[in-house]
Design a protein around this ligand. Structure first.
Ligand code: ACO
Length: 171
């Protein structure tokens, strides 16, 4: 595994409490996304969510730089398999500033993915718990997400409850 100090990370890793690292097996490592994680399978992992054309290395790096340029907004974490340096899990919390709630902050959980071979090892719930902790540390008053009906039981096990409905209009 490439040591964190040798990577160009999206945010300060100290925002992820060390207790989350301790809960993972010795074979796994939790850290912020790095600008070179396309070479560790980040994009391939995301395709468990939807089929999408592969980004070029430049487009991946440009996207990373764009989200990093929005301070205190995008927090993407990855779980890396130490031996292979491959990414086996990922997820994001995007922090939105509101005018309501005394200019409060809402966290949006997005793009949770665990590689097929690692599903059922409680990595999904650990990713959600770590993102919640980041949201709490940033001061979010609530965290929301959209998911398919089939994933509702997973998010209920993570402590979420059903509220409202999602609407979409594709452009
Ligand atoms: N239906 C019912 N229960 C489930 C499901 C499901 N689809 N998925 C997980 N669970 C349960 C597990 O059985 C476990 O229960 P237990 O604690 O009683 O044993 C608990 O939820 C925690 O499961 P994990 O092992 O942490 O789940 P996993 O690591 O497999 O990750 C995930 C779950 C992220 C949904 C994974 O299956 C995955 O990547 N799926 C494909 C991509 C996807 O659908 N991502 C979510 C999109 S929604 C979004 O991003 C906001």
């Amino acid at each position: 595994m490439t040591p964190d100090n040798d990577l160009d990370l999206l945010f300060d890793p100290s925002l992820i409490p060390t207790s989350f690292q301790d809960q993972l097996g010795l074979d796994l490592h939790l850290r912020p996304l790095s600008s070179t994680d396309d070479s560790r399978g980040h994009f391939e992992l995301l395709t468990v969510l939807t089929a999408a054309p592969h980004l070029s290395a430049k487009a991946y790096k440009d996207t990373f730089e764009e989200i990093r340029s929005c301070p205190n907004t995008y927090f993407t974490i990855v779980i890396v398999h130490r031996e292979s340096d491959e990414i086996v899990g990922c997820g994001s919390i995007v922090v939105e500033r509101k005018f309501l709630r005394n200019a409060g902050l809402v966290g949006h959980i997005e793009d949770i993915a665990v590689s097929k071979s690692m599903q059922g090892r409680k990595l999904g719930i650990k990713i959600i718990n770590a993102l919640e902790e980041i949201g709490r540390a940033r001061g979010c008053y609530k965290i929301i997400l959209d998911c398919s009906k089939s994933n509702i039981p997973f998010y209920e096990k993570c402590g979420f409850k059903h509220k409202e409905f999602q609407m979409v209009r594709y452009m």
